[in-house]
Design a protein around this ligand. Sequence first.
Ligand SMILES: Nc1ncnc2c1ncn2[C@@H]1O[C@H](COP(=O)(O)OP(=O)(O)OP(=O)(O)O)[C@@H](O)[C@H]1O
Ligand SMILES: [Mg+2]
Length: 261
Amino acid sequence: MEEKKIILETRKLTVRFGGLTAVNSVSMSVPEGSITGIIGPNGAGKTTLFNMITAAVEPSSGQVIYNGASILGLGPDEIARIGISRTFQNIRVCSRMTALENVIISIQRVPPYSVFAAMLGLPSVKRKDREAREQALGYLKMLGIGSYANSLASEMPYGQQRRLEIARAIATRPKLLLLDEPAAGMNNEECRELTGLIRELREKLDLTVVLIEHHMEVVMRLCDNIYVLNLGSLLREGKPSQIQSDAEVIKAYLGEKRRRN
Ligand SMILES: Nc1ncnc2c1ncn2[C@@H]1O[C@H](COP(=O)(O)OP(=O)(O)OP(=O)(O)O)[C@@H](O)[C@H]1O
Ligand SMILES: [Mg+2]
């Protein structure tokens, strides 16, 4: 059998914030085309891992390898340009813009034309702007929120704002999509719909997905492989069936519930 190409790899990735080691020597590898899950109790370091991959946080040590090359030192826009995109745990859409405008901004983040041409107002720019609107509408429809195109983001129902967040992320045409708790705050029905949607996007757009999620049903249904973080360190890696029945994993989660109650 042919070995799957590894699109993303972290090697002993570590970050310290003062005295706290938020992520401690985490190594993981993500095969191209897969859906990889990252789970773990609150404060485990999951979001911080995404922040390091996308250049929002600088690692203290370790490596991030994308398509075989180190990407440490690149800025957030360069990260977007090489094909990595993410959503945020706390929705970051621009609430005073329409859904369509939110997606257009994202499309233009990875510019289809030169800034020089834009300054001159060349006809090609006007055509590209029209194309961007059409593309943006296409992304909204893909997420099932086409009817909200001209609604202000702030006036969309919460679940649809989460979908808009994903539409924005795919509008930069990524190869690797990092989703930070896309199902947060959703009910069971919405979770099921979102699960189908993520799978569909992966197929249509030829994506590799890394998914942070607390809804176990979503994780177990979607993921090919799961990494479990606890207190910044890697606790386990395995297939959903292995992780689901792992005593240490269950203990980490039960511990979290006890702390919360
Ligand atoms: N920029 C920062 N400065 C200082 N501490 C931080 C920073 N970012 C994260 N932390 C701390 O690092 C730890 C890991 O946080 P992180 O947000 O990665 O956890 P998480 O696994 O995403 O948790 P949750 O499930 O609650 O989203 C936490 O203790 C958090 O307070
Ligand atoms: Mg988080």
